[in-house]
Design a protein around this ligand. Structure first.
Ligand code: NDP
Ligand code: MG
Length: 397
């Protein structure tokens, strides 16, 4: 369940400092989180930081933030991590289970910043101990959505969206009166190929595709923005986070990325959250919720904002948006297949094995080739994910 913000006047100050675990500390979300933790040293204590391969950056961050434990997902790096931490009091651990264990260790807040379905089990472990989870890792909610939301309820965990659109909606959504909401408007920058024809998209390179016009992000989500799979995943993410059917979740292209999303009410009021495109703002919001803390992101200067523009989204040029609705209508394991096929197709595109337009074509073909089946347990998610990856890896279009 998404928590209701309490009456701020009745708020008890947080026990200080609050302890934080960062899953995916070496990534783009991890780096923004580290900036905030360094800025608010007295207010937060770092319990554990995790990464997969990047030992050097993990060690640097662990030392800088005084973490109690540093965990590297790739077991092969254990000795390197251990020797880099020699002479410090920081504990070293390695392997996929150690990442899950780090999420399970007591801490007030867990930042779920791992990329892809690889973040599913660690995020779930944090939820199952009733933690406050600041969720950036949208893929795990896309895959395990209903099961994950049930676990949030069962374990009385708190799930706070970090994805900028969902953080924006969370800030203006009246959870007590959802019937007064006409629709959610998810804004989308349109990515680097917003104005391209399909013909022009045919030969774009990974280097062009990762160059996002407004946001600085990891490679995978940058490609997702270029195909608009990111927005497709975000429609599914929103459908789990907010009590509205997907027909009431609209996508609006807003190239300046200043309005991070909006909620439209039945009386004609539209509430929006605005800010410069910097993930420090939604991360700061989740770290301090329901209070607020300062963030290093640049402040909006309305006098220099030339214009805010909007365009309808185009499902013909960006069929990922159409597929998201089909996936939601199909239910069962379709969202797992959708996500897994995308992860594989993006990796193949980054390795220059396939062309840009093949990414979504492979996803569509994988959806057609993997049989739909219900998701009753988390094992069903893992099975569908594994199977879809094999199919997508061997799909040619
Ligand atoms: P990055 O690729 O920059 O970072 C990914 C992080 O996950 C790294 O710390 C990486 O470790 C770690 N990681 C990768 N694979 C594994 C694995 N198998 N097991 C454990 N850890 C792993 O990604 P981003 O920070 O850009 O994105 C993270 C998540 O946040 C994604 O789900 C993305 O969609 C979401 N998000 C990101 C935004 C952004 O601005 N970047 C905005 C909104 C949402 P290592 O460095 O060692 O490889
Ligand atoms: Mg987003």
């Amino acid at each position: 369940m998404i928590p209701q913000p309490h009456n701020p006047l009745a708020l008890q100050p947080h026990a200080q400092p609050r302890s934080v675990t960062v899953l995916g500390a070496t990534g783009s979300i991890g780096a923004s989180t580290a900036k905030l933790l360094a800025l608010h040293r007295g207010s937060f204590r770092v319990e554990a930081l995790t990464a997969y391969d990047n030992v050097a950056s993990l060690v640097e961050q662990a030392k800088l933030l005084g973490a109690r434990r540093a965990v590297i997902g790739n077991e092969a790096h254990y000795m390197e991590l251990k020797s880099a931490l020699a002479g410090t009091s920081i504990e070293a651990a390695a392997g996929a289970d150690a990442v899950i264990e780090a999420a399970r260790m007591p801490s007030d807040i867990v930042i779920a910043g791992i990329v892809g379905a690889a973040g599913l089990m660690p995020t779930l472990a944090a939820i199952q101990r009733g933690a406050t989870v600041a969720l950036a890792n949208k893929e795990c909610l896309v895959c395990a959505g209903s099961l994950m939301m049930e676990e949030v309820k069962r374990h009385n965990a708190t799930l706070l969206p970090v994805d900028s659109e969902h953080s924006a909606i969370f800030q203006v959504f009246d959870f007590e009166r959802p019937e007064t909401i006409e629709k959610i408007i998810l804004t989308a920058s349109g990515g680097p190929f917003r104005t391209f024809t399909r013909e022009q998209m045919k030969n774009v390179t990974p280097e062009q595709a990762v160059r996002h016009p407004n946001w600085s992000m990891g490679a995978k989500i940058s490609i997702d923005s270029a195909t608009m799979m990111n927005k497709a995943l975000e429609i599914i993410e929103a459908s789990h986070l907010f009590p509205l059917p997907h027909e009431q979740i609209e996508v609006l292209v807003h190239p300046e990325s200043i309005i991070h999303s909006m909620v439209s009410y039945v009386d004609g009021s539209v509430l929006a959250q605005l800010g410069t495109p910097d993930m420090c703002t939604p991360i700061a919001y989740a770290l301090a919720w329901p209070a607020r803390i300062a963030s290093p992101s640049a402040k909006l200067d309305f006098t220099t904002l030339k214009s805010l523009t909007f365009e309808a989204s185009d499902t013909k040029r960006f069929p990922a948006l159409r597929l998201a609705r089909e996936v939601l209508a199909a239910g069962g394991n379709a969202s797992v297949v959708f996500n897994a096929a995308n992860e594989i197709a993006v990796a193949r595109f980054l390795r220059k094995e396939i062309a840009f337009l093949d990414i979504v074509a492979i996803i569509e073909k994988t959806l057609a080739d993997v049989a739909n089946s219900p998701l009753r347990r988390i094992e069903d998610v893992i099975e569908a994910d594994t199977q879809s990856r094999v199919v997508a890896e061997n799909t040619h279009v």
